[in-house]
Design a protein around this ligand. Structure first.
Ligand SMILES: *[C@@H]1O[C@H](CO)[C@@H](O)[C@H](O)[C@H]1NC(C)=O
Ligand SMILES: *[C@@H]1O[C@H](CO)[C@@H](O)[C@H](O)[C@H]1NC(C)=O
Ligand SMILES: *[C@@H]1O[C@H](CO)[C@@H](O)[C@H](O)[C@H]1NC(C)=O
Length: 667
């Protein structure tokens, strides 16, 4: 109504006066200034530019549109942050922006009709309008400098640093972002974003008309608890609280290393955090409110939890079953879940009975449900308050918020991998594991006690009978010195020459059982030599084990033994030389780590798996490596993985599928 009456007014009364003013009174503004006063105007395509040159107020056409709009942009027209005449485009380039004789900032079309106005009533003094450095277009009383109107109070689809999204505690009236209809149409679309204060809980919502489609989770004074990444990267950028005038406000500041960071509600209803990337010279989306499917409000229905990493993404809370199992199995989760066993809590007169019979199941790291009620309190107090009130179905605690409790349906719970809050859901004691646990605990204790007795008895028996250790765990028995002959035997001289007498410069590293050297044979072949230190724990047993295992195996993903040397105390193994050393030298080294791209990593993993498959299934022997780790995976020049270090491997018969290991080895 107000808009229409102003329109009529301006049309009837101003037609003559505006023409008059334009001829004799208005002074045309020169370009490059940030302010216009009562007697001035700018006409398409002129602009007002903020003092620092970053924000421009002027005429533009959106992509794929010929309509003209008046708005504010940052640096270029690809980042429009505010539009004045959103719902009333100019269809030619005859528009002008000026200050009306009543002191309002107005946009007039070619026929001098007001198509947009700041609509401040009862302005008594002269006014000026200024494009400020913060991106706020303001209307000021010329004499006093009082702020009569500002674009920050009437945002379009963009939340800027310095702007305040506020909500009045009493009336619930809030400052809203509203989406464009489409990227080529700035008129008000179906989506809006505002902050909401309910039952002492403050949070931000995105709405599709009146239906919620996303929520931030409760604000705790530092972060929005329902935004998973916020805990880590957003500390101190957002601030919020009571402004002392009955409003709860939220605003943010740009991190020091960024030139501009804005929140933009796009025409699909997704809130995007956009940064200016100074290297690429373009705006870059750094975060979106729709990160996964689970961010869709209430996707899974009541008493469910949504986890984007599981399939299906929705599951009933523990102690709850789907309402409609057929629909649920068809991935239609909207029906939600119901309690399996009713709560015991009953109120008789003033007394709560059976409260001891209910308990809480803890959900960790979740986005807590919608419709929380906030109350100050410690975690213990939250629990008691909830237990004593039969309508309370869940509670949670956060240091910044205090207690939160819920009645009715629990809606929009999301499971996070980090961040979030712990939620305690009330269930009947029959759902709790405690009483079952007691039985299990006793049973386990009895079993363990029996085991200990048996083991002690066995050890004593073995000691007294003084029998040699069961040889099933090592395979030295299989190995005769003759078999070693089959291997290419190296004499000590040859090895010493190859390594320049075990020169330190040839040392590649130190293994668990002794140093490893690089050597060059006379024929030019490069080899790696594992020299068992005399003091090492690896006895002849492990050594022979390794020799036998390796000799019997041939696979491109197993390291190849070239020979060995046993002379007196000296025991050495010669392998093909791997120029790229072991996998751990890559993955745990921040600089070398980058050399492994996705494809290489995949092929390394595949190679290791092939090697293992061969060991476990395809080789003539069945072998369990028992010491597989990144440092035992060597990489050749083409980064092909080769499993090495069979010192602890265990061989089973070719037909054996199962076996028991008596000795615990490896890391
Ligand atoms: C907005 O809502 C109207 C009707 O309510 C619908 O026709 C239109 O497709 C919606 N637009 C978008 C972008 O969802
Ligand atoms: C999903 O299930 C609900 C009942 O649980 C039903 O009312 C609704 O029509 C179903 N939606 C679809 C798309 O099948
Ligand atoms: C139980 O909680 C509900 C919802 O918070 C509240 O309205 C009601 O007064 C509480 N009842 C008691 C006895 O505290």
């Amino acid at each position: 109504m107000r808009i229409i009456s102003l329109m009529d007014f301006s049309y009837r009364e101003n037609l003559f006066s505006v023409l008059f003013i334009l001829c004799c009174y208005l002074v045309h503004v020169s370009v490059g200034i940030d302010t216009i006063t009562s007697s001035q105007f700018i006409k398409d395509p002129e602009t007002l530019i903020s003092k620092d040159g970053n924000f421009t107020f002027g005429f533009f056409s959106p992509k794929n549109s010929t309509n003209r709009y008046v708005g504010i942009w940052w640096k270029s027209q690809s980042t429009i942050i505010w539009v004045a005449n959103r719902n009333k485009p100019l269809n030619d380039s005859n528009g002008i922006v000026t200050i009306s004789e009543h002191g309002n900032l107005v946009v007039l079309n070619g026929q001098k009709q007001v198509i947009w106005s700041s609509y401040v009533s009862n302005i008594v003094s002269n006014t000026t309008s200024q494009m400020s450095d913060s991106g706020n277009l303001v209307l000021l009383e010329s004499t006093t400098g009082n702020n009569l109107w500002q674009s920050f109070q009437q945002p379009s689809d963009t939340f800027l640093p310095g702007m305040k999204l506020s909500v009045n505690k009493r009336t619930g009236k809030s400052i809203k972002l509203t989406s464009w209809k489409s990227p080529s149409d700035p008129s008000v679309g179906n989506f809006s974003c505002n902050s909401v204060q309910r039952q002492n809980i403050f949070e931000v919502f995105i709405w599709n008309e009146t239906r919620p489609c996303w929520r931030s989770g409760p604000w705790n004074g530092g972060v929005f608890t329902g935004i998973q990444i916020m805990k880590l990267s957003y500390r101190n950028t957002f601030q919020g609280g009571d402004d002392g005038e009955g409003n709860i406000v939220i605003f943010y500041t740009i991190p020091n290393d960024k030139e501009l960071m804005i929140y933009h509600l796009n025409s699909e209803g997704i809130l995007e955090e956009i940064w200016w990337d100074d290297q690429k010279k373009e705006m870059m989306v750094a975060w979106k409110s729709q990160y996964s499917e689970c961010d869709v409000y209430g996707l899974c229905g009541a008493f469910t939890s949504c986890n984007s990493l599981s399939t299906p993404i929705c599951s009933c809370l523990k102690g709850f079953d789907p309402v409609n199992i057929q629909e649920w199995n068809r991935n239609n989760w909207t029906g939600g879940c119901v309690r399996r066993k009713p709560l015991q809590c009953k109120r008789i007169g003033n007394k709560t009975t059976g409260r001891k019979e209910d308990g809480f199941l803890k959900l960790q790291m979740v986005k807590v449900p919608d419709f929380a009620e906030g109350l100050e309190g410690t975690p213990d107090r939250c629990r008691i308050l909830c237990l004593e009130n039969c309508s309370c179905v869940a509670y949670s605690h956060d240091d910044g918020i205090g207690c939160m409790s819920w009645t009715g349906n629990l809606l929009d719970i999301q499971q996070f991998q980090s961040g979030g809050l712990d939620l305690y859901v009330r269930v009947s004691y029959l759902e709790l594991d405690k009483w079952r646990n007691k039985t299990i605990f006793i049973a386990i204790t009895v079993i363990i006690a029996t085991l200990i007795i048996v083991i002690c008895a066995y050890i004593t028996w073995r000691r007294t009978s003084n029998r040699p250790a069961n040889s099933n765990d090592n395979i030295i028995g299989e190995m005769s010195q003759d078999k070693l002959q089959e291997l290419l035997k190296f004499d000590f001289e040859k090895v010493a020459t190859a390594t320049n007498n075990f020169d330190l410069s040839n040392k590649l590293g130190q293994g668990g059982f002794g140093p490893v050297y690089k050597g060059k044979l006379q024929d030019g072949r490069e080899i790696a030599i594992k020299r068992l230190s005399r003091a090492s724990g690896q006895g002849l047993e492990e050594f022979m084990n390794e020799v036998v295992v390796i000799c019997k195996l041939q696979h491109r993903n197993l390291v190849r033994l070239i020979g060995c040397c046993v002379e007196g105390d000296e025991k050495m193994l010669m392998y093909e030389y791997m120029p790229n050393k072991s996998l751990d030298s890559f993955i745990f080294d921040p600089s070398k780590n980058k050399l492994l791209d996705r494809r290489t990593r995949y092929s390394i993993i595949e190679g290791i798996a092939r090697g293992l498959l061969y060991l476990h299934r395809d080789s003539r022997l069945r072998i369990i490596h028992r010491g597989l780790k990144a440092s035992n995976v060597l990489l050749d020049e083409k980064l092909n993985p080769k499993i090495s270090d069979f010192g602890m491997a265990r061989i089973f018969g070719g037909g054996e599928d199962q076996a028991n290991t008596r000795r615990i080895v490896g890391t």
